[in-house]
Design a protein around this ligand. Structure first.
Ligand code: ADP
Ligand code: YYY
Length: 676
């Protein structure tokens, strides 16, 4: 996951390959609640691991359910094990639950806890306290439940007081509004079987029910847990007397169909990468129980070529430009946001109608989409329940810094703007908001996208000038990969020594052969040579000197070129060494040549080594360092020197923070982003 302040997507040109998507959020949280209410154990396969499921799991554990995560079950299939309450509270009768911004936890838990007869407080993040829940509370209060608003009436936080089952009024139909959010009806459907042991309960929906497919998921999953709800159209639902939650033993969570929408759109927008048949999605297919699977129809209407099987979808670009649509998107409210970005690539204005529910989601999504689409240059018109988007012609796209409103879907759908024909980069602010449903969204996207070019920042300079420190921090702040090219020469020097080879010209061919097949891995800050952590061995001054010697051998340098270039991956790279800007990445858009006086460098290295408990003298270090500078600068192949277009930075009198800020400032100045 990228937890950086922003993530810059360079212009993307093609896409292809297979993606496996995380489990559906809607299915995951419903299954968790049902498993918690059922008797006995439920094994949940492919549960989504995200912010919203974590708050649900934490709440269930607080209520006394046994929750065993995949790591603790030791299950190789990665299942989560829930031991339920069997329809009644056990020892815990009081709790204060924090539910983040998870509507799929807040609503059904409000209903279930109101019927379970304990004293509970339910809270969330500030945005959760702006998301309406009054219609659900009204329905529960009609029934005899006791619920107080702790902040604004109609919104969380809430306090639920215990009520005895016999005091509930279950004879008259329970009326609930269906035209604001179907989650209220879902909450009642999931929870009311708790009160239907002795008597049949009827729910009547007031107003036209929206988002019916989500209610279908609810009914489908209730059936899996032994509760057969009868429905009369979409206005009357009956829970038969004697209903009891029964664990199905094991249940599989389909991949999230809303998450699939970004990759379906990707296949529709991007030309297929050479050697691929477009995008293949695994984990969800045309027969999915999720309503958002009908995004497939909308994408087809816009021109995508889609074939599907039981658990897969295959998408290729068809019509181009895409065909504009005018769609009642009430049945796919979440996935329809993706259509909003696809509309930029269409042959005319597209209109998405009947989407008033967008206004009460993670943010007001109609306003948010309009504001961000306009930043890209689009003309957008909005109303209480619609949005109309004009496409963007080539030559009119702007590089925009996309505000994401703590809304995962805004972040994900705007990534698709990176395929614009004007090769403008797209900046996504607060990219970690995708953690709500798809923590590895950007990594998954990058794995199937081909960029026009991957940006590189090269940082070259003499030993102990602070290249590694600077490069690693710049990479961290930008979310870029980091190449410590010196480590490759250091490992080569070490491997040569271990093979009994003096690092000199007479062994050049042999050492180059070793370099070409280095069994080297960088894993979480560790440098592994043939699986062994050699981090400490390569950092000694002797290893630095050996590295300097092997690096003067042209055949060794040639052998390491491809390996270094392979580090250039999305979303970008910061590379430090001696020839990053001159030889390996000559097209790097920012090249820095970092220096500091020999005295400062010797002093820094001295402190660094002493702090590691390595005993050295300042004088010997300075001599070593000057000898290494001389060799690195005077060798015939790729000598240490600034690239012609490098920016020179002497950090003798600068702190690490100042050097980092300087490089980031150069980087930002070169970017085309205007407002944020
Ligand atoms: N601007 C700076 N001011 C003071 N010390 C620095 C600065 N940059 C780096 N250092 C310190 O100098 C030492 C050598 O830095 P390092 O990044 O290993 O250099 P290089 O990769 O160029 O050999 C480290 O202990 C580091 O913390
Ligand atoms: N791109 C590079 C990186 C390092 N080298 C050589 C030259 C250096 O003296 C050694 C060790 O590099 P490294 O960057 O790890 O050394 P310092 O940390 O700067 O002391 O490798 C090189 O020739 N080209």
């Amino acid at each position: 996951m990228f937890d950086t302040e922003f993530l810059d997507l360079p212009p993307l040109v093609e896409a292809g390959g297979t993606v496996r998507l995380p489990g559906s959020k809607s299915i995951s949280n419903r299954v968790l609640l049902l498993a918690a209410l059922a008797e006995g154990e439920t094994l949940v396969q492919d549960l989504l691991d995200s912010d919203d499921t974590r708050v649900m799991l934490a709440a269930l554990a607080q209520l006394g359910c046994r929750v065993e995560l995949p790591a603790s079950t030791g299950n190789t299939d990665g299942a989560t094990r829930i031991t339920g309450l069997g329809g009644a509270l056990k020892d815990i009768r009081q709790a204060e639950l924090f539910l983040g911004n998870a509507g799929t936890a807040m609503r059904p838990l409000t209903a279930a806890l109101s019927l379970l007869g304990g004293e509970f407080e339910l809270r969330g993040v500030p945005r959760m306290h702006e998301r309406p829940i009054g219609d659900l509370v009204d329905a529960l209060v009609q029934l005899g439940c006791e619920i107080d608003y702790l902040g604004n009436p109609g919104y969380p936080p809430l306090r639920i007081h215990p009520v005895a089952q016999e005091d509930l009024h279950l004879d008259a139909p329970i009326r609930v509004r269906g035209d604001v959010s179907s989650q209220f009806l879902t909450a009642l459907l999931l929870a009311l079987p708790l009160a239907a042991r002795e008597q049949t309960i009827t729910i009547e929906v007031v107003g036209e029910l929206i988002s019916k497919p989500y209610v279908e998921i609810t009914l489908n999953l209730l059936a899996r847990f032994g509760i057969a709800i009868e429905r009369d159209g979409w206005s009357r639902f009956t829970i038969p007397a004697g209903s009891r939650y029964r664990s199905p033993g094991s249940i599989h969570v389909e991949a999230d169909a809303s998450s699939a929408s970004y990759f379906i759109a990707l296949g529709a927008i991007a030309p297929a990468m050479t050697g691929t048949d477009g995008i293949r999605i695994e984990g969800v297919g045309g027969d999915s129980i999720q309503g958002d699977i009908r995004f497939v129809e909308a994408a087809r209407a816009m021109g995508a070529q889609i074939v599907s099987g039981p658990n897969w979808l295959q998408i290729r670009r068809g019509a181009w430009p895409l065909t504009a649509i005018d769609l009642d998107a009430n049945h796919i409210p979440d996935a329809a946001m993706t259509l909003g970005v696809m509309a930029l690539y269409a042959d005319g204005p597209s209109t998405l109608r009947n989407i008033a529910s967008w206004r009460v989601k993670e943010t007001d999504r109609i306003d948010a989409m309009a504001a961000e689409l306009r930043k890209l240059g689009a003309e957008v018109e909005t109303g209480p329940d619609f949005i109309r988007i004009q496409p963007l012609a080539a030559g009119t796209w702007r590089a925009a810094s996309i505000h994401t409103y703590d809304d995962h879907r805004v972040a994900m759908c705007f990534s698709l703007a990176a395929f614009n024909p004007d090769a403008r980069p797209v900046r996504i602010l607060d990219p970690k908001c995708v953690a709500k449903t798809f923590p590895d969204y950007f990594e998954t996207l990058f794995a199937v996208c081909k960029p026009a070019t991957v940006p590189v920042i090269s940082i070259d300079g003499p030993t102990a000038s602070g290249k590694g420190t600077l490069a690693a921090e710049v990479a961290r702040q930008l979310g870029y990969h980091y190449l410590d090219s010196g480590a490759l020469y250091r490992v080569t020097g070490l491997a040569a020594r271990r093979a009994g080879l003096e690092p000199n010209e007479s062994n050049e061919t042999e050492i180059a052969r070793i370099a070409l097949h280095l069994p080297l891995e960088f894993i979480r800050g560790q440098v592994l040579l043939d699986g062994e952590d050699v981090g400490d061995d390569i950092r000694t001054e002797a290893a630095g000197m050996d590295a300097s010697r092997v690096s003067a051998l042209p055949a060794v340098r040639a052998a390491l070129v491809d390996l270094q270039k392979r580090f250039r991956r999305l979303p970008g790279l910061v590379a430090d060494g001696r020839d990053m800007g001159t030889v390996i990445f000559p097209d790097a858009p920012l090249k820095v040549f970092l220096t500091a006086s020999a005295a400062h460098r010797a002093e820094r290295r001295y402190k660094q080594l002493i702090s590691k408990g390595i005993s050295v003298t300042l004088d010997s270090l300075r001599l070593d360092l000057e000898a290494r500078d001389a060799r690195d600068m005077n060798r015939s192949t790729a000598p240490l020197k600034p690239a012609e277009d490098a920016k020179l930075l002497d950090n003798s009198e600068q702190s690490v923070v100042q050097s980092v800020d300087q490089v980031l400032q150069w980087w930002h100045q070169a970017q085309p982003f205007k407002s944020s």
